[in-house]
Design a protein around this ligand. Structure first.
Ligand code: ATP
Ligand code: MG
Length: 580
């Protein structure tokens, strides 16, 4: 392609509203432009990257035996009502009423659509397993779209759904997809970590997330110091913590603590450390109200609570419900006298291990001191459960190994879904034993746009993007650094030879100074630059430079194209060969 005829509107300045480097560089390199909050227009260079990522994903899906189809983005709300996900997705679900008064959903994911298809098309075990996928637009009305395409409202997802007669078959396909994901991320040149994830509300028995380590990531990766095991924060186990030695505690007593709804305020007022406080969180599931008790320095983990509720949905209780239950303003709830008024009390191991603590008094502006778990509120009983319900923190261990933390970007996730969707939508089949059964399902998602942003987060310097050759918009840029006729002619020749050799090449034929062209080539992250300059050309040479290196070398003009084509081939082969 010719630079002069391609829309690559690079920008020198850092765009003011782009907080992180990938967002800044995607705008600066002219890959995309913002249309509205969380929606982006892909320009030619960005579109080429999208196409290349999609092509890698498609190839690996096909290789893994998945079949490509296309599901409508607009789906009947009715289908979502059948699974209850019209409610579960909450305000993230984009919906509209059409002219006939029918409710429609803008697909944020497509379990419902694929299961609907399976319910009609799959009848017999002989058709199983079946693995179907699409690469299609998704819409999520994210509460806070940000970081460019990392969290946008509209994005492209590869989503696959597999159907099975039994667990063993599901597991086999799950592992095939797991392997395919490894190949995809390796071919895209990404560094990634696979973490065990919570399948929580999905109801399934297993899930893994593929996460690109990166300081700007919104996810937290928890891993053992020997690097042998990793989880996402939702799933990471927290220590049970040893029982503190019993103390001679005075009877519990209420003290006046004005203006102390927050942990820090209470601590400052009572001269206590957060770990000496018991936090009481109030959740709701329909009409049932539940308490969750964690230490003041710990965070409750909603996914762990959901798992303890067998996947049932938990919402934070509304202010009115809290006031009604505790008789106090929000921020003053405590377990003393409250446990028998609720259907369930989840107590974190850390709280159960406390010898004595302070907590809300169920009275506005009051806290209770000298609270002894087991004495002042029950640690046993029909509605009491002591469990791991908090996020792991620095200092926790697993199997005697220290837990470490780093941030990451989730680029893909695989799930075993079980029969949650097939049961609700009637995706049944007649098994070999003549019995009707629900299909077991797996689902597998990849964020195409996030792959691009993650690659940039991991590959850049002060001059711009440094892209893996497999996803760079062009493999080679030919830069004539001068306007002389022989310089232009030599550049054109190499350009044509590279095209003939099947290399994706851009020639910077703009009427611009060499320095300007080099800056844009660097910004665009094109892996190889071939520069034709007056001086070197006089010696029958051209200049060769890798984006990853600062050194330049020279190649004879007459064999330059062949040599560059070979280098491209080698660089691609390195990424395309899966690690053993
Ligand atoms: P997150 O936790 O980041 O919101 P998710 O777990 O809800 O993501 P999935 O439902 O697992 O996402 O979707 C599959 C993939 O789609 C994710 O792994 C991610 O790469 C991508 N994805 C999800 N939401 C967005 C978004 N708002 N913008 C861009 N990509 C997204
Ligand atoms: Mg996910």
């Amino acid at each position: 392609m010719r630079y002069s005829q391609t829309l690559i509107p690079t920008i020198k300045e850092v765009p003011a509203d782009a907080e992180i480097i990938s967002h800044q560089l995607m705008l600066r390199a002219g890959l995309m432009r913002k249309l509205a909050s969380g929606t982006y227009i892909y320009l030619p260079a960005g579109q080429r990257m999208l196409n290349k990522v999609i092509q890698i994903v498609r190839k690996e899906m096909n290789r893994a035996g998945a079949q490509e189809i296309t599901m409508p983005v607009i789906q009947p709300l009715e289908l979502w009502q059948k699974t209850g996900r019209d409610i579960d997705y909450g305000e993230t679900l984009g919906t509209f009423i059409d002219r006939h008064g029918r409710g429609n959903v803008l697909s944020p994911t497509a379990e419902e659509g694929f299961t609907f298809l399976a319910s009609n098309e799959i009848n017999s075990y002989k058709q199983l397993p079946m693995n179907l996928y699409q690469i299609n637009t998704k819409y999520r009305d994210e509460f806070r779209p940000r970081f460019g395409v990392l969290r946008s409202r509209e994005f492209i997802m590869k989503d696959a759904y597999s159907f099975h007669a039994d667990e063993e078959c599901l597991h086999k396909t799950y592992m095939q997809m797991y392997d395919a994901y490894c190949r995809i991320f390796e071919r895209c040149g990404l560094e990634y970590v696979i973490v065990l994830a919570e399948s929580g509300e999905m109801g399934g028995s297993g899930s893994h997330q593929f996460t690109v380590p990166c300081d700007n990531g919104e996810d937290v990766i928890v891993y053992t110091e020997d690097d042998k095991q990793a989880w996402n924060l939702e799933k990471a186990p927290a220590d049970a913590l040893p029982k503190q030695p019993a103390v001679e505690a005075a009877p519990a007593k209420n003290v006046h603590t004005p203006n102390t709804g927050k942990i820090e305020e209470v601590c400052a007022f009572l001269k206590l450390k957060p770990c000496q406080l018991i936090k009481t969180l109030i959740y709701r599931n329909g009409d049932d109200v539940m308490l969750a008790l964690v230490r003041g320095d710990h965070e409750a983990n909603p996914e762990k609570l959901t798992r303890l509720m067998d996947g049932a949905r938990l919402d934070m209780a509304e202010e009115a419900d809290i006031v009604k239950l505790t008789g106090a303003a929000v921020g003053f709830a405590g377990p003393v006298g409250l446990c028998d008024k609720v259907s369930k009390v989840f107590i974190d191991h850390g709280v159960a291990a406390m010898a004595v603590g302070a907590t809300g008094a169920n009275k506005t502006d009051y806290h209770t001191l000298n609270v002894v778990p087991g004495r002042d509120f029950p640690l046993e009983g029909e509605n009491i459960q002591i469990a791991d319900i908090r996020n792991a923190v620095e200092g926790d261990t697993y199997d005697g190994k220290k837990l470490l933390f780093k941030r990451g970007i989730e680029v893909g996730q695989v799930f075993k879904l079980g029969d949650k969707y097939s049961k609700k939508l009637g995706a049944n089949f007649l098994d070999a034993d003549g019995k009707q059964k629900s299909c077991l399902m797996g689902c597998y998602g990849i964020g195409i746009n996030r792959i691009i942003a993650s690659a940039i987060e991991n590959g850049h310097d002060e001059h711009g993007m440094i892209l893996p050759i497999t996803i760079a918009p062009w493999e080679v840029i030919v830069t004539p650094a001068g306007k002389e006729e022989d310089v232009m002619a030599a550049a054109e020749t190499i350009y044509r030879q590279l095209q003939t050799a099947g290399v994706e090449v851009l020639i910077d034929d703009r009427d611009a100074r060499g320095g300007v062209k080099f800056k844009d080539a660097d910004l665009l992250g094109i892996p190889i630059r071939v520069t034709v300059g007056k001086k070197t050309l006089a010696e029958g040479l051209v200049e060769f430079k890798l984006r990853t290196e600062s050194d330049r070398s020279t190649l004879p003009l007459n064999t330059a194209a062949q040599k560059v084509a070979e280098t491209v081939k080698d660089m691609k082969a390195k990424l395309n060969q899966p690690k053993a």
